[in-house]
Design a binder for this molecule. Structure first.
Ligand code: SF4
Length: 409
């Protein structure tokens, strides 16, 4: 169930129907102001809506005072074990404080933080991690880890409500993907507060991105989750942001920058697509328009498969074609394909319309028709898929139940 309540983290709305916010955490020593600010600017450029910084020492609080002033995006202070640091972070102007009410020294200390946060209007993220549940839930954790996580979170929610503090979001984090999904589903039914989603210690860029996409994607597709953080073992926090955006873009929850589509390649491939796709992906990062760019490994199928793409390229032998929305634009030598593709994207970025040179387009169309004719009998993956689709349509039409609608008893 989607969250009903909304909070504001430094002007970014969280929950209650607001767009899902992308977060990350700096990997620098917070007290190293220069390095921390450099990383914050990098993640903001990559699209982070909010950034979290670790505040384990007094010198980090000192740096935090400057960071909150200079940061282009809201800053969350991440506090563990030490409620005094939480108080100092609020005084320093943190836009939000993240703490685990179970490890901050008891309910009195939580009350002190909540009272000051209320006075400053500072929201909090309260969270439980699978590795640090309160002692009284350890037996339940062994029996039913999901129920134990949700019980801990609900107990903290009730504690904050008793303290008259409701300006918070909640997070349940686990290294276990099925438990993360199940516990957040359950928690979303038991609390109206916004939820922060993440898979703890997800792993490297490769495995961590996949685990996060499965875990967070499943929840987000159900409408659960108001902020996300992809935890990756990399010093480049911007990579976490990029993965977060890809998940949101894949689910059509938010739009940001270009979308790249590429065929999976097969034995008909006509150029070094690995290198070309990687280069296109890297160069597209500099663009803000949500253009769709397609890369087809050969022109055997024509370009109909990618007719929805704003721009695309395909190759054959030593030549290739730049196309737009299913129509040829220019035939070019293969080694110029990428540069010419970007020339066309640049023209579009300026004029907001696709510019077609009739002579060059006709040349491209002629080249494409020739390739298609030469390969008319080829069974490509795309043609096989189209044949399967047509066959299933025929089966469906011939079925005695065709046209009947079934309802569940
Ligand atoms: S046949 Fe399809 S999958 Fe194979 S290279 Fe050509 S476009 Fe890519």
């Amino acid at each position: 169930m989607a969250s009903q309540r909304q909070i504001q983290v430094g002007g970014v709305p969280i929950g209650g129907g607001a767009p899902v916010a992308v977060q990350t955490m700096t990997k620098t020593e917070t007290a190293n102001l220069q390095a921390t600010m450099d990383q914050i600017r990098t993640v903001a450029d990559a699209g982070a809506d909010i950034v979290r910084v670790a505040v384990p020492r007094d010198k980090d609080v000192e740096a935090l005072k400057m960071i909150v002033k200079e940061s282009p995006i809201p800053v969350i202070a991440d506090i563990h074990f030490n409620h005094t640091l939480a108080l100092k972070a609020i005084e320093a102007g943190a836009h939000c404080v993240r703490l685990n009410p179970g490890n901050i020294g008891g309910p009195e200390k939580v009350a002190e933080v909540a009272e000051l946060a209320n006075r400053h209007g500072t929201p909090m993220r309260i969270g439980v991690n699978s590795g640090s549940l309160p002692k009284h839930l350890h037996a339940l954790e062994r029996e039913n880890p999901v129920e134990a996580l949700v019980t801990a979170a609900v107990e903290f929610v009730e504690l904050m409500e008793r303290l008259d503090f409701t300006n918070f979001k909640v997070s349940i984090k686990s290294t276990n993907v099925p438990n993360t999904i199940a516990s957040n589903r359950l928690l979303s039914e038991r609390t109206p507060y916004p939820l922060h989603l993440g898979i703890t210690e997800a792993g490297t860029k490769w495995s961590g991105s996949l685990k996060s996409a499965v875990g967070l994607g499943t929840l987000l597709a159900d409408g659960i989750g108001d902020t996300i953080r992809i935890s990756l073992s990399t010093f480049h926090a911007e990579e976490e942001v990029k993965v977060g955006w890809e998940i949101l873009k894949a689910l059509h929850l938010r739009e940001r920058g270009p979308v790249l589509i590429a065929c999976p390649t097969c034995g008909r491939l006509q150029f070094d697509m690995d290198t070309v796709v990687a280069e296109i992906e890297r160069r597209l990062e500099a663009y803000e328009d949500p253009v769709e760019v397609a890369v087809l490994g050969c022109a055997v199928n024509g370009i109909g498969e990618a007719s929805h793409a704003d721009f695309g390229i395909t190759g054959a032998k030593n030549e290739g074609l730049v196309f737009s929305r299913g129509k040829p634009l220019r035939k070019v030598p293969q080694e110029q394909l990428v540069d010419v593709l970007f020339e066309e994207i640049d023209k579009y970025a300026t004029s907001k319309r696709v510019e077609v040179d009739a002579t060059e387009a006709a040349e491209g169309a002629e080249w494409l028709a020739k390739i298609e004719a030469e390969n008319a009998g080829e069974l490509t993956p795309e043609r096989l898929a189209a044949m399967e689709k047509a066959a299933s349509q025929l089966d469906e039409d011939a079925s005695p139940t065709a046209g009947r609608r079934f309802t569940r008893a």
